[in-house]
Design a protein around this ligand. Structure first.
Ligand SMILES: C[S@@+](CC[C@H](N)C(=O)[O-])C[C@H]1O[C@@H](n2cnc3c(N)ncnc32)[C@H](O)[C@@H]1O
Length: 352
């Protein structure tokens, strides 16, 4: 896979790359940031000496670089997702950028190639150390890697931009910057928000790993925890979308359902390949599912009531003109531990 093919793959993810960002992706060697290889999708480890190593590196795919058991705890994110976040960051030459989640250092290298001065923080000391070495080996100037919890920011520094590359429950009030781009928890996953003055708009859905420490602190408006073992779910309403909703449009329905009912999440349900929109009852074993074709399944002690609620949420989204997630304006407010508050999504309004 050539670098040229790499840019085409990134664009296929639906991103329009600025000439500057395209040049950065073309210039920075991604392989320099995964010198110890990465975990293939089949669980085996890809090494730089493998014949297909470069081909895999220059795909629009996440590269998991560290695992704890079966859980990924560091990675190089999916390039098209990185591109959407960097474009939303609106970074200019000379900007001071704070990155939370240094990981491999590749995203910081791209930002530096755009002319930013970057401070990148990672909570894992070995990860921070390797990112530092990779940046040096790739001869990237303009990045300082620090070890620490990103909640604190970087002591005494002010930034023009903050980019968070790990899923968080809320923003740290210590990040003082005009624009913060961050994956903030909503209804079970982390859609990326671009936040200015405590108001955010959704950039894209994402599947980031979850941050350690106060950035994922409990707060009064959380999504339900992951489902327990689900009860038998049976059909309550048949399909009403023909054709079924495309994956991104289904996410728009999920986003709206999450605004209107805080028991909404995305989760694996039996006999379905993809995660589904589910409204969980308080036992987290029952509730109702809305599938991409609009049909409703429900289970548990109050199945009929949850099925009615799920159908009402679906119909409310239809009645509102199928708003995309980008149409929501999200208000953030302080919540959680008074000693270490975070700014969490707490109000929503439709802008169109
Ligand atoms: C998806 S990786 C970041 C990808 C990275 N930007 C890159 O280009 O490779 C997420 C990283 O966030 C780090 N992390 C998790 N919680 C953190 C926290 N509270 N503060 C700083 N870093 C954190 C993890 O150690 C992990 O390396």
């Amino acid at each position: 896979m050539s670098r040229r093919g790499f840019l085409e793959q990134i664009r296929q993810g639906g991103v329009s790359l600025s000439p500057e960002l395209a040049a950065a992706f073309a210039a920075v060697p991604r392989e320099a940031f995964v010198p110890d290889g990465f975990q293939r999708r089949d669980g085996t480890w890809a090494k730089p000496s493998d014949a297909d190593f470069l081909e895999l590196i220059y795909k629009d795919d996440v590269l998991v670089t560290k695992v704890d058991g079966r859980t990924p705890i560091s990675s190089s994110s999916q390039p098209s997702l990185m591109a959407m976040m960097i474009e939303a960051l609106d970074v200019r030459p000379g900007h001071r950028v704070l990155e939370i989640g240094a990981g491999t250092g590749y995203n910081a290298a791209l930002l530096a190639s755009l002319g930013a001065e970057v401070v990148s923080v990672d909570v894992q000391p070995d990860v921070a150390g390797k990112a530092r070495e990779a940046l040096k080996a790739a001869k990237i100037d303009g990045v300082r890697v620090e070890h620490g919890d990103g909640y604190a920011g970087s002591a005494g520094d002010r930034f023009d931009r903050v980019i968070v590359t790990v899923g968080i429950a809320g923003l740290s009030p210590r990040w003082r910057a005009e624009v913060v781009v961050a994956p903030v928890e909503h209804a079970g996953t982390h859609p990326v928000l671009a936040v200015r003055d405590r108001a955010g708009t959704v950039v894209t859905p994402s599947g980031f790993m979850t941050a350690a420490g106060p950035l994922t602190a409990a707060h009064p408006f959380p999504a339900p925890a992951a489902p327990g073992t689900l009860a038998e779910f049976t059909d309550y309403e048949g399909p009403c979308f023909d054709p079924p909703l495309e994956p991104l449009t289904y996410r728009d329905l999920w986003y709206a359902a999450g605004v209107w009912n805080r028991r909404t999440t995305l989760a694996a349900v039996p006999h379905r390949e993809q995660n589904a929109l589910i409204i969980l009852d308080l036992t987290r074993t029952g509730g109702a599912v809305v599938l991409p074709d609009g049909s409703v399944l429900a289970g548990g002690a109050e199945a009929a009531a949850w099925a009615a609620e799920a159908a009402a949420l679906r119909d409310r989204w239809l009645g509102a003109g199928r708003p995309p997630m980008r149409a929501w304006r999200v208000g953030l407010a302080p919540a959680g531990d008074p000693e270490a508050p975070i700014l969490v999504p707490s109000s929503w309004e439709l802008t169109r």
